[in-house]
Design a protein around this ligand. Sequence first.
Ligand code: NCD
Length: 317
Amino acid sequence: MTFRGKHLLGIEPLSSDDIRSVLDLSDQYVDLNRGPVKHSEALTGLTQINMFFEASTRTQASFELAGKRLGADVMNMSMQASSIKKGETLIDTALSLNAMHPDLLVVRHPHSGAVNLLAEKVNCAVLNAGDGRHEHPTQALLDALTIRRAKGRLQRLTVAICGDIAHSRVARSNILLLGKMENRIRLIGPPTLMPAQIDQFGVEVFDDMAKGLEGADVVMMLRLQKERMDGAFIPSEREYYHRFGLDAEKLAHAKPDAIVMHPGPMNRGVEIDGVLADDINRSVIQEQVEMGVAVRMAAMDLLARNLRAAKAEGVWA
Ligand code: NCD
């Protein structure tokens, strides 16, 4: 195991060996989760607190399940009902929770960089469950695991990421991860939804689905992140679906065995055709959700090992 991190804040600082370590351990947790006794003792005695300042279904549920399956004491903070509403700052809330001796803090926040800031203030391991449009590392890792299991490798693949790239932390973390693993990355979407200076990321950019999907092994669709848009970025959802929504006809430009991915929540008929999303011969969307639990178990297990080692050495009080 090479992953020596104190926190998991993003894909950016990880090496390709770190990524492989997490994925290899995740494979073991997939087996555990498919077996009769979905339980291990990896986090026994540890306390995990989930703080979600933004709505979440899959990510929060899978972090909770992951912690419970590893034997941690898991607490979900209801951030809607918390003192944040009374004006307490993120840092004050974090410091109060820190005083209760958590070992793992799982944080989702609408502001890019908020989770990194919080990690500097507490003395436990922090996992970023999505910060603004910055990073969503466990999503990129679960996507990587899904791809590696479906394609048998995570190198030399052509991966098309389509839709609202500009507002998507999922796209950003995936671009970083897939780039580190030496894949060819294509971004497809309207110019209004492409981040500025995207060419610095070593990707190819298209505004035409047919051209961008040509020969793709993996087609990753993204939701329009309306909550992060100020103003109109597309003429209409109908027009958007016509040009950028994935259906069987557009998918025919990709390789015949190309897989279809979506992190959820999905808007059927906006970025993806509902029938295609449910087609188990092409879509791996449900596998992504399954892999999410295993990846979060692996990430928390590795961070807990590092935490215990650091405490044993007296490096981290
Ligand atoms: C993503 C997120 O929250 O960034 N969802 C998720 O974690 N499964 C993508 C999205 O909200 O569109």
